[in-house]
Design a protein around this ligand. Structure first.
Ligand code: MN
Length: 252
């Protein structure tokens, strides 16, 4: 698809963008051996909190599940929680829940997934468009966690005036980081990314890694310490730009 023949001044412009609030989390590790109940409680708490927080959509940026052989009941639990959410829920597979031939996202519970649940499945990247929200989301489903997989490679520029939010699961290389890591994300790639917000996952802790005016944040895992978990709230405001803050969710 191209815009050939359409003068650029016919594109919708930023004034049509809606003011949105996204909830961004990652690394819930459902089905992990040592925290099965905590992970479930954290996901349920996120679903409970979403309406109260005024969320328009929820992003879960990889390692939603701990490994590909989690029991069917864990997948059923997740799908049921997403159905209860009743908001767009956008899932990017990570290195613990790869989108490969054996992917858990191909298993039966996902064949009956509710329509609000959207899962990135294209290794080269794809846009999931939510026109009602004036929101386009881009991400690459991870086929294998290797140094050759670059989570930001091929991100397109937005062309329809929608917000463009990118999701990426991988390792951000700080400038002095000389190790060769799998699924690398480099500072210059972030700085050149044509998105309005880069939602990151893979690291358990929350940290902002914005570069060159591109807002980029690791939400950190929502798994609780002392009964309280934490997620990232992303405000997309046509007037003032992109803002994030951490908010706590009570987990019982
Ligand atoms: Mn990971």
């Amino acid at each position: 698809m191209t815009n050939m023949g359409i003068p650029s001044n016919h594109h919708s412009t930023s004034h049509v963008r809606k003011k949105l609030r996204l909830l961004h989390t990652s690394d819930t590790h459902l089905g992990g051996d040592w925290h099965v109940e905590q992970a479930r409680a954290a996901l349920a708490a996120l679903v409970d909190a979403a309406p109260r927080l005024g969320a328009d959509a929820v992003l879960i940026v990889g390692d939603v599940f701990d490994h590909a052989r989690v029991p069917e009941a864990e997948l059923e639990f997740f799908v049921a929680q997403m159905a209860r959410l009743a908001l767009p829920a956008i899932i990017l597979p990570g290195n613990h829940d790869l989108y490969d031939a054996e992917s858990l996202y191909r298993r039966t519970p996902f064949h009956r997934a509710p329509r609000n649940l959207r899962i990135f499945s294209q290794h080269q990247g794809e846009i999931i468009s939510l026109p009602d929200l004036t929101l386009d989301l881009w991400g690459r489903a991870m086929p294998a966690h290797t140094p050759e997989f670059h989570p930001l490679e091929g991100m397109p520029a937005g062309s329809n005036g929608h917000w463009l939010v990118a999701l990426a699961h991988g390792h951000f290389h700080f400038e002095d980081d000389r190790e060769r890591r799998s699924s690398p994300i480099f500072p210059q790639e972030v700085a050149q990314a044509p998105c309005d917000y880069l939602a990151l996952g893979h690291w358990d802790r929350h940290i902002e890694v914005s570069c060159g005016g591109v807002k980029a944040v690791y939400s950190g895992s929502p798994l609780p310490t002392g009964g309280v978990g934490e997620i990232t709230v992303v405000e997309l405001d046509p007037g003032t730009g992109v803002h994030t803050h951490q908010t706590q969710i009570a987990i019982s």
